[in-house]
Design a protein around this ligand. Sequence first.
Ligand code: SF4
Ligand code: SF4
Length: 219
Amino acid sequence: MIITEQKPFSEVEAALKGKNKVFITGCGSCATAWKTGGAPEVEAMKEALTKIGKTVTGTVVSEEGCDSRKIGREFRTHKAEIDDADALVIMACGAGCRAQALAREDKPIRPTNNTLFLARMERLTKSEQGCVMCGECILDKTGGLCPMTACPKELVNGPCGGYNKGMCEVDPDRECAWIAIYNRLKRFNELDTMREIQPPKNQAKRKHPQAVDKTPVKV
Ligand code: SF4
Ligand code: SF4
């Protein structure tokens, strides 16, 4: 799941200076689950914008805010309402904003959310970063725990010298990622994998911009 946070409303209001009519879009996927852009949040945003004198020409909670195919279909259904708006107010992640900006290149967009990270969601109010998308997954060598994400130094070959009583020197409230990895590997009788030296991460895999034209993997 992509974790987002809602911007303070004052920021949304400032960004809409001079835009009197708006169309609001939410996202039926991550932003709905995380309550930053589902139907109730879209309704609350509509109410708040109406209160400050904006005309909301329409709303839609897209099935998946970052899927250009679905956005295209939904925007065609709401064409007249979007035509009538001065701007799109988008309650989704940055990728959703991008998809929607491309779907209507004639309309300025105003995101209501900050996009934070890719996460594992534990419950409705708790999530933790699950992956920094390094492009070279080594979870099979680390007992399923990601050192790139859980270790602030992104160390892939064991702990630094700073851990103290099993806790991380950077964040003493957290267990050292490598202690946790050691314990997992021990449980699986796979401690030998810790002796394998992992090559440095290929930072080119994390370059920007990136795009993929997917071809099926042959197995
Ligand atoms: S090693 Fe970590 S950051 Fe890299 S792909 Fe796997 S889970 Fe993601
Ligand atoms: S103490 Fe452990 S988690 Fe913290 S920076 Fe060092 S290796 Fe990484």
